[in-house]
Each structure stands twice: as structure tokens, then as C-alpha cells.
Design a protein around this ligand. Structure first.
Ligand SMILES: N[C@@H](CCC(=O)N[C@@H](CS)C(=O)NCC(=O)O)C(=O)O
Length: 196
């Protein structure tokens, strides 16, 4: 199995979740501007959408979209998902919120058409982080155990810091807790990142 990633990009969420799950995989770094892999391949031949994360499974099939990869990792490992009859549904609800309501706002700050657009996006992202801080159910977003949603939110918190969104104190402490985890440290090391 191969995970195509770019350092510090949203693919870091699946990278962390795969390590948390103890799943064996190879990593391939993609230059997102040139759309080439470190192996010299034209990335569009691997994922015509042109973005990471992309997971090529052992049967050669390709899986894309953060929500799908994170759900697949949770289902495959039977870990990092909340329990109970509604566990998976609640997980998908959380992943969809992070993807479409938080990630999307940060996406607008990477290539804003104006300062006003960037400010508006950061304001929305800050509001949504505030909402998530109020949703925390324990040490992690969905309870006392880490789920794949935490891996995704962790990446959003890194972006929030680098872009200047407001991160509530509860989420700052939560980020530090996540950074104590060996799987998070390993993924950061592999991507050449630190905890700042
Ligand atoms: N809808 C996709 C979006 C993924 C995405 O935004 N990936 C970014 C990195 S965080 C990317 O590869 N951008 C390069 C591009 O779109 O050309 C998902 O949720 O997986």
C-alpha cells in the first residue's frame, strides 16, 4: 500500500492514522506544484484529481478524499472510531464537518483572491474551531480515545497556527496531547516537520 502525501498537507491526517493503526505502508512525497512524485512519476496518472491524500491499495485500486481514507483506515483497523450503534455515523458526521466546514475555509486562505476573502475565511475557521472546542467529549474530540477525526483536526490546528486563526485554549492543550503520541511524532518526523 502506498500513501501519496505532501509535507504538512491534509495528507498528514491519514499518515498519522495509518501509524496509529499499525498498518504497513510506503510513503511517496508529491510535489503538488509540479504534480510529480518523488519517484519521478506524473502524479495525474495516479490521481487525476491531482491532489493528496491518495492511497493506492495492495490490489492496485486507488482511494482518494480525506473522509474516505480516514473512514477506510478506521474500518480496516477496527480502531480510532467511536463505539456504539451510531459510532460510525457520528464519525462520518465529524469528518464531514472538518472537511467541508474547517478544511474548506483554510483552503480559501492558501490562494485568496483578496485580503478580505482571507480575513473572512480565517474568521469562519476560528468560529468552527470554537464550536469543536465545545464539542470535546474527553481528552479527544469524540471521547477518551483518539479517533481518525483527531488526526484530521490536528492538521487543521497546525494550519490555524500558521495562518493566524484563533485556537481556543482547550484545543491548544489537545494539540499538545496529540503531539505526545508516538504515531504523531513518527509522522511528523517522516514529513520533516516539528511540533511548532
Ligand atoms: N477534496 C480533497 C481535497 C484534498 C486537498 O485539498 N489536498 C491539497 C493538500 S491539503 C492538495 O493536494 N492540493 C493540491 C491541488 O489541489 O492541486 C480531500 O478532501 O481529500
Amino acid at each position: 500500500m502506498k500513501l501519496y502525501l505532501a509535507p504538512g498537507a491534509c495528507s498528514l491526517a491519514s499518515h498519522i492514522a495509518l501509524h496509529e493503526a499499525g498498518i504497513d505502508f510506503d510513503r511517496v512525497t508529491v510535489d503538488l506544484r509540479a504534480k510529480r512524485t518523488e519517484e519521478g512519476q506524473d502524479f495525474s496518472t495516479i490521481n487525476p484529481k491531482g491532489y493528496v491524500p491518495t492511497l493506492v491499495l495492495d490490489d492496485g485500486s486507488t482511494l482518494t478524499e480525506n473522509v474516505a481514507l480516514l473512514d477506510w483506515i478506521a474500518q480496516r483497523s477496527g480502531q480510532q472510531l467511536p463505539g456504539g450503534e451510531m459510532g460510525r455515523t457520528r464519525l462520518l458526521e465529524m469528518l464531514a464537518f472538518i472537511s467541508t466546514e474547517v478544511h474548506k475555509q483554510f483552503g480559501r486562505t492558501f490562494f485568496p483572491t483578496s485580503d478580505a476573502e482571507k480575513t473572512a475565511a480565517l474568521e469562519k475557521a476560528s468560529q468552527r474551531l470554537q464550536y469543536l472546542a465545545g464539542q470535546m467529549k474527553g481528552d479527544y474530540l469524540m471521547g477518551d480515545e483518539m479517533t481518525v477525526a483527531d488526526a484530521y483536526l490536528y492538521v487543521m490546528l497546525r494550519w490555524a497556527d500558521s495562518k493566524g486563526a484563533t485556537v481556543p485554549p482547550a484545543l491548544q492543550a489537545y494539540r499538545q496531547r496529540l503531539e505526545q503520541r508516538p504515531a504523531v511524532q513518527l509522522a511528523l518526523r517522516h514529513e520533516g516537520l516539528d511540533t511548532q
